[in-house]
Design a protein around this ligand. Sequence first.
Ligand code: CA
Length: 409
Amino acid sequence: MARIIQLTALFFVTLFGYSIVADSDFESWKTEFRQSALRVGIQSETLDMTFSGLLPDRKVLKLDAHQPEFTRPIWKYLENTTSVERVRVGQQKLAEHDELLTRISAHYGVDKAYLLSIWGMESSFGKQTGHYSVIRSLATLAYAGRESRREFWSEQLLAALRIVQRGDMSVRDLRGSWAGAIGHTQFIPTTLEAYAVDFDGDGRRDLRHSIPDALASTANYLAKSGWQEGQEWGEEVKLPDGFDWNLADSKVRKAAQRWTVDHQILPISGGLLADGEMYPAFVFLPAGYHGPVFVMYENFDVILKYNKSNSYALAVGLLADGLRDKPAVSADWPYNDIALSHQEKAELQLLLSVAGYNTEGVDGKIGPNTQSALRRWQSDVGFPPDGYATVEYLKLLRQQVEVKPTIID
Ligand code: CA
C-alpha cells in the first residue's frame, strides 16, 4: 500500500512538475500555519470554516511557476488594453453609472475617467474578476509557491482570513485572480484591508458584488496615494533636435516649465505643458528615441503606486484620455522592432558587463542599472543614449565582445 502511495506521489511530481510530494505535506503546513494565525488574532472558527477540507490548487502553482519567455512590445500591450472596443464599453459604463461616479469623484477628488480607466484595466469593467477561491489560491502559494514570495503570500492569506472574519466578504464570495486579487478593481487582500471603503452603506466592503464599493475604494486608494485633482497623468510631447537623450530618465526631474524653458519641450498637440505645477516631471520614452515621447506628471507616479509598471500606468492614462475623446498617441511606435526574449536580455546584460559597462547583475530584466549601462555603451559607440534595448544592439554587442567559454576541469 505504502508503495502504491509513493508511486502515486511520484506520478504527480512527474506529471505536473510541482514541489508537492504528497497532500500530507499540505496538511502539516496547514497545522503549522493555523498555529501562527491563531497567535496573530485569527479565530479558530474562521480557520475551521476556511481550512477544513482545503486542498492545494495545482493550477495556481503552474501559473505561479510560469515565466513568460517573450514579452509583448508596449504598443501591442496598449493596443489591447486601450482598444476602441474598451473605450466604447467604458463610455457606456460612464453613462450607466454617471450619478455614482460623480458622487465618488466629488467625495475623493479623483476624475471619473481615471476610475473608469482602472476599472477597465483591472477587470474589463467587471467582466473578468476571476473565479479562483482566494483563500485556496493564497494557501497554495504560501505553502508551495515560489520560495522568495511565500512570506508575501502568507501575509496575504492572513489578510484574506481577517476579511472573512470581519464579515466584509464571505469565503464563498472571496473569489478573484489566481494570485488572490479580488473583485472589480483587483485589490490584493492587504490593499483591501487598508483602502477599501463601504460606499453603498450596507456595512460591508464588498469589491466583488458592489460597484459603488469597488469604484470608491479605487478613488480612496488614489486619493491616499497623493492624487492631484484636476491634473493629468502626463502628455505626449515633441523634443527639439539635438535633445540630450540622457535626460529622458525617470531619475531626471524638473518642473514642467523648466522642461520648456531649458530644453524646448512642448506638447505635441500645441500650447504649453500643463503649467503652474512645481512637481518634478520627467521625460519618458516607452519605446526608445524612435518612438513616442511623453512628459509625466505627479498623477503618473500615483498610478504607479497602484501597480508598479510603467506600461500599466501609461495605459491607464491613455485609456482615461480615450474615454474623454482626447487625441490618441500621435507619433508612430517602432513597429518593426523585435522584442528581446528573456534569454536575449540576459545575454545583452552579460555582453555589456564584459565590455566594461556593468549592469550590476544578469537577470534577464531590463532595469535602471541595465539601462544606465546601455546608455553609456550607446554613447561611446555613437548611438542616441536612450537606454532602450533592441535586437540590433544585441547583434552589435555580439560582434564587439567575445565571451570566452569558461573551462571547467
Ligand atoms: Ca458595501
